[in-house]
Design a protein around this ligand. Structure first.
Ligand code: GAR
Length: 220
């Protein structure tokens, strides 16, 4: 029998993507257990969402650690304590060090609010507007040692409108994040993702494409 998928979520803020994952697991769309939510921010709302859903919630304060590597060592220890075998970054606002990446190779997934490889880093919705991009979107990708550089699993596209503010664009993108993040985790849970070089191949891709066409991003 295949090993049970046990998810550990790292989140720094409100955790709406975490909620989308909780909802998909609860609805039986993802065959996995969410074992723990870890935050670097003690009052992150994501922790509240974990408690409400009877998921272990842990705070690890980065200030207690001298080096990023030491902090990530504690994260690894906590994930292992909960027997995690898939790590999801859900609005986790810290750069992960090799200490964490090497412990979970191709088993850490992130959601990023831009169409990578354009606009890695922070404040990317504002950067897309300032740059005059006509389209932006979101990317679910495996995490490697670089910043937002890992193999891309799924993307969704939204238009950038003439009168968009950072907030209005972020809201349009977020809606798509909540759609594609659980979808990517489902594909992982079903063993349908393989990484070849820097590309992700999805088993049964035509079927997947049909699903995306059935849910095209809507223009508001
Ligand atoms: C989301 O837009 C996510 O893509 C972004 O932060 C937001 C978190 O929202 N993540 C990053 O920018 C990672 N560098 P949430 O806490 O409601 O899921």
């Amino acid at each position: 029998m295949a090993e049970e998928l046990k998810i550990g979520v790292l989140a720094s803020g409100r955790g709406s993507n975490f909620q989308a994952i909780i909802d998909a697991v609860t609805a039986g769309k993802i065959n996995a257990k969410i074992a723990v939510c870890i935050s670097d921010v003690k009052d992150a709302y994501a922790l509240e969402r974990a408690r409400k859903n009877l998921i272990a919630a842990e705070v690890i304060d980065p200030k207690v650690f001298q080096k990023r590597e030491d902090y990530d060592g504690k994260i690894v220890e906590t994930l292992k304590k909960h027997e995690v075998n898939l790590v999801l970054l859900a609005g986790y606002m810290r750069i992960v060090s090799p200490v964490l990446v090497e412990e979970f190779p191709k088993k850490i997934i992130n959601i990023h609010p831009a169409l990578l490889p354009s606009f890695p880093g922070l404040h990317v919705q504002r950067k897309a507007i300032e740059h005059g991009a006509r389209f932006s979107g979101c990317t679910v990708h495996f995490v490697d040692a670089g910043m937002d550089t890992g193999p891309i699993i799924i993307q969704a596209v939204v238009p950038v409108l003439q009168d968009d503010t950072e907030d209005s664009l972020a809201a349009r993108i977020l809606k798509q994040e909540h759609r594609i993040y659980p979808e990517a985790v489902r594909l992982f849970a079903e063993g349908r993702l393989s990484v070849q070089g820097r590309r992700v191949v999805i088993k049964g891709a035509p079927e997947c494409r049909d699903e995306f066409l059935a849910n095209p991003p809507v223009r508001e």
